[in-house]
Design a binder for this molecule. Sequence first.
Ligand SMILES: *Cc1c(COP(=O)(O)O)cnc(C)c1O
Length: 420
Amino acid sequence: MSEKTFSLDRAELEKIAEKYPTPFIIYDEKAIRGNARTLYDVFSWVRGFKNHFAVKACPNPAILKLLKEEGMGVDCSSLPELLLSERVGFRSEEIVFTSNDTPAEEFAEAARLGAIINLDDIGHIETLEKSAGIPELISFRYNPGDARTGNVIIGEPKEAKYGVTGDQVVEAYRIMQKKGVKRFGLHTMVASNELENSYFVETARMLFELAVKLKEECGINLELVNMGGGIGIPYRPGEKAVDLKYISDEMLKLYNEIIIPAGLDPLKVVFECGRLVTGPYGYLVSRVRHVAEKYKNYVGLDACMANLMRPGIYGAYHHITVPGKDDLPRDHIYDVTGSLCENNDKFAIDRNLPPIEPGDLLVIHDAGAHGYAMGFNYNGKLRSAELLLKTDGSVELIRRAETIDDYFATMRFPGAPVTI
Ligand SMILES: *Cc1c(COP(=O)(O)O)cnc(C)c1O
């Protein structure tokens, strides 16, 4: 069962807040590294195992660098993500480029970097060929349609805009074979924030069986299968984390049953997990500005939906703790809000908390993935700082907070010269 704890107490947080005013997100380096090592340990039976961290989950160079040190690659889906990864030092096949509706110049950039290009559609072959030529290694994203059920966040596969269909997939590889490609990968991503272990085992089965089919029908010996991301985390206390060891053990059984007899060994198995890697280890720290009694009781924070929009857009649960009040009964019920002129700007609705006063610090848990990254400037809200709680206990600023000048930077004020 997940326990929602935070290693810093109120006094330590107040000290950090003196230097870096709230709100901020703070990531726990030690926990991120420990978790990464567990993942690599569990899948050590895979030759060349890699997790290509989905950059969109936490696009910060300091975080990417420490993941690189732990042996991870990256999964990019846009030109800025590719360039960010390059600047951090990721090279060639450490980078997977999985995009959809992809502009030609992004294919060109991915090809320049020597990234593993993962095509979303048969029609993209032409765009790729024209903009970047045919690479040595190609992968396709497979969408199983009716063959699989999806989940709430990503939806049913057959409703999803991604990937080549069951009818197209063999043809897609044939076309690339004819164009001279010799090295192939196969990718899928059919779930998001999924906590059911068996879902990932079934995904492995689906990809392994398709690998055999591609061998039988096209004579292709796939080099790698990419399970995508989507491994969930227990946002609610009491939810159970995914059992990586179980998934790995079951995948190994399938590998022995399906891949080895087909003569496809060694086949690399990789993931593109983002949430699993940083999600639980980032904390949004915010100070209470006001406590208001209306038809309901409200706690108003100095953070808002622009700092973490998951509750607002998905109704997602994020656990909240109040350092210094951990031992008080959670016997008050509040909506915890930000200051946007949007009534869905709430971090929690009808949440049981200890009694809250202005000045209290609140810690919003599991904000380490798809948190800061989804931030926006609506209502003139400025993005917060990101901090790293280092393994030695010191705190490092890894992204400063935005300023009004940042907010004004792209605006053209009346009379100002035109810049493009
Ligand atoms: C978003 C995404 C991921 C990462 O998903 P998580 O839920 O963060 O693990 C991986 N691959 C692709 C193609 C994605 O779009």
